[in-house]
Design a protein around this ligand. Structure first.
Ligand code: DAH
Length: 337
Protein backbone atom coordinates (compact mmCIF):
# COMPACT_ATOMS: atom_id res chain seq x y z
CA UNK A 1 0.00 0.00 0.00
CA UNK A 2 1.41 3.41 -0.96
CA UNK A 3 2.70 5.59 1.80
CA UNK A 4 0.64 8.79 1.80
CA UNK A 5 3.80 10.60 2.89
CA UNK A 6 5.06 10.22 -0.68
CA UNK A 7 2.25 12.39 -2.03
CA UNK A 8 2.84 15.05 0.58
CA UNK A 9 6.57 15.05 0.00
CA UNK A 10 6.08 15.29 -3.77
CA UNK A 11 3.65 18.19 -3.41
CA UNK A 12 6.02 20.12 -1.15
CA UNK A 13 8.93 19.55 -3.50
CA UNK A 14 6.89 20.61 -6.55
CA UNK A 15 5.51 23.74 -4.93
CA UNK A 16 9.03 25.01 -4.31
CA UNK A 17 10.64 23.77 -7.57
CA UNK A 18 12.67 26.69 -8.87
CA UNK A 19 12.59 25.92 -12.58
CA UNK A 20 11.29 23.59 -15.28
CA UNK A 21 14.25 21.33 -14.93
CA UNK A 22 13.55 20.72 -11.25
CA UNK A 23 9.94 19.88 -12.14
CA UNK A 24 11.07 17.43 -14.79
CA UNK A 25 13.39 15.73 -12.34
CA UNK A 26 10.54 15.36 -9.82
CA UNK A 27 8.34 13.86 -12.48
CA UNK A 28 11.00 11.24 -13.15
CA UNK A 29 11.45 10.63 -9.42
CA UNK A 30 7.76 9.88 -8.83
CA UNK A 31 6.11 9.00 -12.14
CA UNK A 32 9.05 7.88 -14.29
CA UNK A 33 9.56 4.28 -15.36
CA UNK A 34 11.51 3.62 -12.18
CA UNK A 35 9.65 6.23 -10.17
CA UNK A 36 8.29 5.71 -6.66
CA UNK A 37 4.60 5.76 -7.61
CA UNK A 38 5.21 3.63 -10.70
CA UNK A 39 6.89 1.04 -8.47
CA UNK A 40 3.84 1.01 -6.22
CA UNK A 41 1.50 0.53 -9.18
CA UNK A 42 3.62 -2.35 -10.44
CA UNK A 43 3.67 -4.00 -7.05
CA UNK A 44 -0.14 -4.11 -6.86
CA UNK A 45 -0.16 -7.33 -8.88
CA UNK A 46 2.02 -9.05 -6.31
CA UNK A 47 -0.38 -8.40 -3.48
CA UNK A 48 -2.97 -10.74 -2.11
CA UNK A 49 -6.20 -10.42 -4.16
CA UNK A 50 -8.19 -8.78 -1.39
CA UNK A 51 -5.59 -6.09 -0.93
CA UNK A 52 -5.25 -5.29 -4.62
CA UNK A 53 -8.26 -3.04 -5.10
CA UNK A 54 -7.46 -0.67 -2.28
CA UNK A 55 -3.73 -0.55 -3.04
CA UNK A 56 -4.40 0.02 -6.75
CA UNK A 57 -6.86 2.80 -6.00
CA UNK A 58 -4.40 4.46 -3.57
CA UNK A 59 -1.54 4.30 -6.09
CA UNK A 60 -3.74 5.69 -8.89
CA UNK A 61 -4.87 8.51 -6.62
CA UNK A 62 -1.24 9.29 -5.74
CA UNK A 63 -0.34 9.31 -9.43
CA UNK A 64 -3.22 11.66 -10.28
CA UNK A 65 -2.47 14.01 -7.42
CA UNK A 66 1.21 14.24 -8.26
CA UNK A 67 0.35 14.74 -11.93
CA UNK A 68 -1.90 17.65 -10.89
CA UNK A 69 0.83 19.10 -8.66
CA UNK A 70 3.26 18.93 -11.60
CA UNK A 71 0.82 20.78 -13.85
CA UNK A 72 0.36 23.38 -11.13
CA UNK A 73 4.12 23.84 -10.75
CA UNK A 74 4.57 24.18 -14.50
CA UNK A 75 1.82 26.75 -14.60
CA UNK A 76 3.35 28.69 -11.72
CA UNK A 77 6.72 28.79 -13.48
CA UNK A 78 5.17 29.86 -16.80
CA UNK A 79 3.36 32.76 -15.15
CA UNK A 80 6.49 33.85 -13.31
CA UNK A 81 8.39 33.86 -16.58
CA UNK A 82 5.72 35.95 -18.26
CA UNK A 83 5.67 38.36 -15.36
CA UNK A 84 9.43 38.73 -15.57
CA UNK A 85 9.41 39.41 -19.29
CA UNK A 86 6.71 42.09 -19.06
CA UNK A 87 8.63 43.56 -16.14
CA UNK A 88 11.79 43.71 -18.27
CA UNK A 89 10.01 45.28 -21.22
CA UNK A 90 8.00 47.80 -19.25
CA UNK A 91 8.34 51.45 -20.33
CA UNK A 92 9.06 53.90 -17.59
CA UNK A 93 6.95 56.83 -18.69
CA UNK A 94 8.50 59.05 -16.04
CA UNK A 95 12.09 58.50 -17.27
CA UNK A 96 13.68 61.66 -18.76
CA UNK A 97 13.58 61.38 -22.54
CA UNK A 98 16.46 61.86 -24.95
CA UNK A 99 14.39 62.34 -28.07
CA UNK A 100 15.84 64.94 -30.39
CA UNK A 101 13.61 66.36 -33.06
CA UNK A 102 15.41 67.60 -36.14
CA UNK A 103 14.65 70.73 -38.09
CA UNK A 104 15.62 72.43 -41.31
CA UNK A 105 19.20 73.62 -41.64
CA UNK A 106 19.49 77.41 -41.15
CA UNK A 107 20.45 77.88 -44.79
CA UNK A 108 17.48 75.72 -45.84
CA UNK A 109 15.20 77.87 -43.69
CA UNK A 110 16.54 80.99 -45.33
CA UNK A 111 16.17 79.49 -48.81
CA UNK A 112 12.52 78.77 -48.01
CA UNK A 113 12.05 82.39 -46.96
CA UNK A 114 13.71 83.65 -50.13
CA UNK A 115 11.58 81.42 -52.32
CA UNK A 116 8.44 82.60 -50.51
CA UNK A 117 9.34 86.27 -50.96
CA UNK A 118 9.92 85.85 -54.70
CA UNK A 119 6.80 83.74 -55.01
CA UNK A 120 4.85 86.66 -53.51
CA UNK A 121 6.30 88.83 -56.28
CA UNK A 122 5.06 86.40 -58.92
CA UNK A 123 8.23 84.37 -59.57
CA UNK A 124 8.28 80.64 -60.18
CA UNK A 125 11.12 78.29 -59.28
CA UNK A 126 13.24 76.75 -62.06
CA UNK A 127 15.80 74.00 -61.76
CA UNK A 128 18.98 72.94 -63.53
CA UNK A 129 21.63 70.23 -63.19
CA UNK A 130 24.51 70.60 -60.73
CA UNK A 131 26.80 68.83 -63.18
CA UNK A 132 26.56 71.25 -66.06
CA UNK A 133 27.93 71.34 -69.58
CA UNK A 134 30.62 73.88 -70.40
CA UNK A 135 28.17 75.23 -72.93
CA UNK A 136 25.51 76.27 -70.43
CA UNK A 137 27.98 77.23 -67.72
CA UNK A 138 30.14 79.37 -70.00
CA UNK A 139 29.68 79.58 -73.77
CA UNK A 140 25.96 80.28 -73.85
CA UNK A 141 26.67 83.09 -71.39
CA UNK A 142 29.22 84.52 -73.85
CA UNK A 143 32.20 83.26 -71.86
CA UNK A 144 34.27 81.62 -74.62
CA UNK A 145 37.10 79.20 -73.89
CA UNK A 146 39.71 81.96 -74.13
CA UNK A 147 37.62 84.67 -72.52
CA UNK A 148 39.45 86.25 -69.57
CA UNK A 149 36.16 86.06 -67.60
CA UNK A 150 36.77 82.31 -67.16
CA UNK A 151 39.28 83.32 -64.54
CA UNK A 152 36.62 85.18 -62.55
CA UNK A 153 35.54 81.85 -61.12
CA UNK A 154 37.92 79.12 -60.02
CA UNK A 155 36.43 76.17 -61.80
CA UNK A 156 36.60 72.52 -60.82
CA UNK A 157 36.85 70.43 -63.97
CA UNK A 158 35.74 66.83 -64.27
CA UNK A 159 37.46 63.95 -66.04
CA UNK A 160 34.61 63.95 -68.58
CA UNK A 161 35.38 66.58 -71.20
CA UNK A 162 32.68 69.22 -71.49
CA UNK A 163 31.14 68.55 -68.07
CA UNK A 164 31.82 70.35 -64.82
CA UNK A 165 30.28 71.00 -61.41
CA UNK A 166 28.55 74.27 -62.17
CA UNK A 167 30.35 77.37 -60.91
CA UNK A 168 27.14 79.38 -60.83
CA UNK A 169 23.42 78.98 -61.42
CA UNK A 170 23.41 81.34 -64.41
CA UNK A 171 23.23 78.46 -66.89
CA UNK A 172 19.66 77.83 -65.74
CA UNK A 173 18.72 81.19 -67.32
CA UNK A 174 19.64 79.89 -70.74
CA UNK A 175 18.05 76.49 -70.19
CA UNK A 176 14.82 78.17 -69.12
CA UNK A 177 14.72 80.68 -71.99
CA UNK A 178 15.27 77.88 -74.51
CA UNK A 179 12.02 76.27 -73.45
CA UNK A 180 9.86 79.21 -72.35
CA UNK A 181 8.56 82.35 -74.02
CA UNK A 182 8.53 85.74 -72.31
CA UNK A 183 7.11 86.99 -70.00
CA UNK A 184 9.60 85.14 -67.80
CA UNK A 185 9.92 85.58 -64.07
CA UNK A 186 11.93 82.87 -62.33
CA UNK A 187 14.40 82.18 -59.60
CA UNK A 188 16.71 79.17 -59.69
CA UNK A 189 18.14 78.23 -56.30
CA UNK A 190 20.82 75.57 -56.04
CA UNK A 191 24.33 74.48 -55.14
CA UNK A 192 27.43 75.65 -56.95
CA UNK A 193 31.10 74.66 -56.71
CA UNK A 194 34.33 76.65 -56.86
CA UNK A 195 37.92 75.63 -56.49
CA UNK A 196 38.41 78.19 -53.78
CA UNK A 197 40.34 78.39 -50.52
CA UNK A 198 37.92 78.59 -47.64
CA UNK A 199 37.90 81.53 -45.28
CA UNK A 200 35.30 83.28 -43.15
CA UNK A 201 33.37 84.42 -46.24
CA UNK A 202 34.26 81.81 -48.87
CA UNK A 203 33.33 78.17 -49.30
CA UNK A 204 34.13 75.71 -52.09
CA UNK A 205 30.48 74.63 -52.21
CA UNK A 206 27.71 77.07 -51.57
CA UNK A 207 24.23 78.05 -52.63
CA UNK A 208 23.18 80.61 -55.17
CA UNK A 209 19.83 82.03 -56.04
CA UNK A 210 19.65 83.01 -59.68
CA UNK A 211 16.93 85.33 -60.88
CA UNK A 212 15.68 86.16 -64.37
CA UNK A 213 12.96 88.46 -65.58
CA UNK A 214 12.30 88.98 -69.30
CA UNK A 215 9.42 91.04 -70.55
CA UNK A 216 8.63 94.18 -72.50
CA UNK A 217 10.01 97.36 -70.96
CA UNK A 218 12.10 95.82 -68.16
CA UNK A 219 14.74 98.20 -66.79
CA UNK A 220 17.47 98.53 -64.16
CA UNK A 221 14.86 100.17 -61.91
CA UNK A 222 12.90 96.90 -61.87
CA UNK A 223 16.07 95.07 -60.90
CA UNK A 224 16.81 97.43 -58.04
CA UNK A 225 13.21 97.43 -56.81
CA UNK A 226 13.02 93.64 -56.85
CA UNK A 227 16.28 93.14 -54.98
CA UNK A 228 15.43 95.78 -52.43
CA UNK A 229 12.01 94.23 -51.81
CA UNK A 230 13.65 90.90 -51.16
CA UNK A 231 16.28 92.33 -48.81
CA UNK A 232 13.71 94.28 -46.84
CA UNK A 233 11.55 91.19 -46.58
CA UNK A 234 14.48 89.20 -45.23
CA UNK A 235 16.37 91.72 -43.14
CA UNK A 236 14.03 94.55 -42.29
CA UNK A 237 13.01 97.90 -43.71
CA UNK A 238 16.17 99.77 -42.77
CA UNK A 239 18.43 97.62 -44.94
CA UNK A 240 20.32 99.40 -47.70
CA UNK A 241 21.14 98.09 -51.19
CA UNK A 242 24.13 99.34 -53.14
CA UNK A 243 24.78 98.60 -56.81
CA UNK A 244 28.33 99.12 -58.07
CA UNK A 245 29.46 98.94 -61.69
CA UNK A 246 31.06 95.64 -62.54
CA UNK A 247 31.55 93.38 -65.53
CA UNK A 248 29.85 90.12 -66.50
CA UNK A 249 29.92 88.98 -70.13
CA UNK A 250 26.22 88.06 -70.05
CA UNK A 251 24.86 91.36 -68.73
CA UNK A 252 25.13 94.93 -69.99
CA UNK A 253 25.32 96.99 -67.88
CA UNK A 254 26.54 94.79 -65.02
CA UNK A 255 26.56 95.50 -61.33
CA UNK A 256 27.79 94.05 -58.09
CA UNK A 257 25.22 94.19 -55.30
CA UNK A 258 25.90 94.86 -51.66
CA UNK A 259 23.64 94.99 -48.61
CA UNK A 260 24.24 97.05 -45.48
CA UNK A 261 26.13 94.97 -42.95
CA UNK A 262 23.54 94.77 -40.21
CA UNK A 263 26.03 93.32 -37.78
CA UNK A 264 27.76 96.71 -37.49
CA UNK A 265 24.94 98.74 -39.11
CA UNK A 266 27.35 99.98 -41.75
CA UNK A 267 30.09 101.07 -39.35
CA UNK A 268 32.58 98.39 -40.41
CA UNK A 269 33.42 95.07 -38.69
CA UNK A 270 35.22 91.75 -39.23
CA UNK A 271 32.35 90.24 -41.22
CA UNK A 272 32.28 93.09 -43.76
CA UNK A 273 36.05 93.64 -43.68
CA UNK A 274 35.51 97.11 -42.32
CA UNK A 275 33.52 98.33 -45.35
CA UNK A 276 30.04 98.46 -43.80
CA UNK A 277 28.69 96.46 -46.77
CA UNK A 278 28.31 92.77 -47.53
CA UNK A 279 28.81 91.68 -51.11
CA UNK A 280 25.86 89.51 -52.13
CA UNK A 281 26.46 88.76 -55.82
CA UNK A 282 26.15 90.06 -59.33
CA UNK A 283 23.36 91.35 -61.52
CA UNK A 284 22.62 93.32 -64.63
CA UNK A 285 20.52 93.69 -67.76
CA UNK A 286 20.57 90.49 -69.81
CA UNK A 287 22.96 90.97 -72.74
CA UNK A 288 21.07 91.29 -76.07
CA UNK A 289 23.23 88.54 -77.54
CA UNK A 290 22.17 86.11 -74.78
CA UNK A 291 18.54 86.83 -75.70
CA UNK A 292 19.23 86.48 -79.42
CA UNK A 293 20.95 83.11 -78.88
CA UNK A 294 17.76 81.67 -77.44
CA UNK A 295 15.53 83.25 -80.10
CA UNK A 296 14.20 86.19 -78.07
CA UNK A 297 14.17 89.50 -79.97
CA UNK A 298 16.08 92.09 -77.90
CA UNK A 299 14.27 94.88 -79.76
CA UNK A 300 11.00 93.68 -78.31
CA UNK A 301 12.07 92.28 -74.97
CA UNK A 302 14.57 93.20 -72.28
CA UNK A 303 15.43 91.52 -69.04
CA UNK A 304 17.38 91.66 -65.84
CA UNK A 305 19.20 88.86 -64.09
CA UNK A 306 20.95 88.38 -60.79
CA UNK A 307 22.75 85.75 -58.80
CA UNK A 308 23.53 85.95 -55.11
CA UNK A 309 24.71 83.75 -52.25
CA UNK A 310 22.10 83.12 -49.57
CA UNK A 311 24.81 82.10 -47.07
CA UNK A 312 26.09 85.66 -47.27
CA UNK A 313 22.65 86.90 -46.34
CA UNK A 314 22.52 84.30 -43.55
CA UNK A 315 25.75 85.76 -42.11
CA UNK A 316 24.16 89.16 -41.88
CA UNK A 317 20.73 87.95 -40.80
CA UNK A 318 21.96 85.78 -37.96
CA UNK A 319 25.00 87.90 -37.03
CA UNK A 320 27.58 85.19 -37.69
CA UNK A 321 31.17 86.14 -38.46
CA UNK A 322 32.28 82.92 -40.17
CA UNK A 323 30.44 81.29 -43.09
CA UNK A 324 32.17 77.94 -42.43
CA UNK A 325 29.96 77.31 -39.38
CA UNK A 326 27.08 76.54 -41.72
CA UNK A 327 28.67 73.43 -43.18
CA UNK A 328 30.19 72.00 -40.05
CA UNK A 329 28.10 69.22 -38.53
CA UNK A 330 28.15 70.91 -35.13
CA UNK A 331 24.84 70.55 -33.29
CA UNK A 332 25.77 73.23 -30.75
CA UNK A 333 25.64 75.70 -33.65
CA UNK A 334 22.77 74.20 -35.64
CA UNK A 335 20.46 73.76 -32.65
CA UNK A 336 20.28 77.52 -32.22
CA UNK A 337 18.14 77.96 -35.30
N1 DAH B 1 26.93 84.25 -62.02
C1 DAH B 1 27.53 85.34 -61.28
C2 DAH B 1 28.44 84.78 -60.22
O1 DAH B 1 28.31 83.64 -59.87
C3 DAH B 1 26.48 86.18 -60.62
C4 DAH B 1 25.61 86.87 -61.65
C5 DAH B 1 26.00 88.04 -62.23
C6 DAH B 1 24.44 86.30 -62.01
C7 DAH B 1 25.22 88.69 -63.13
C8 DAH B 1 23.63 86.94 -62.94
C9 DAH B 1 24.04 88.13 -63.48
O2 DAH B 1 22.46 86.47 -63.31
O3 DAH B 1 23.23 88.77 -64.37
O4 DAH B 1 29.28 85.47 -59.72
Amino acid sequence: MIDLGIIKEAKVALSSAADERAVAELRVKYLGRKGLVTAELKSVGTLAPRERAAAGAAANKASAEIEAAIAEAENRLRLAKLEQSTQDARLDLTAPSDVRIGHLHPVGQLMDEIVRLFWQMGFSVADGPEVETEWYNFEALLVGADHPARDMQDTFYSTTPGLLPRTHTSGVQVRYMETHEPPIRIIAPGKVYRNEDEDNRHLWMFYQVEGLVVDKGISMADLKGTLLAMLKGLLGDDIGLRLRPNFFPYTEPSVEMDATCIICRGKGCRTCSGTGWIELGGAGMVHPQVLRNVGIDPHVYSGFAFGFGPERIALVKYGIDDIRYFWRPDLRFLEQF
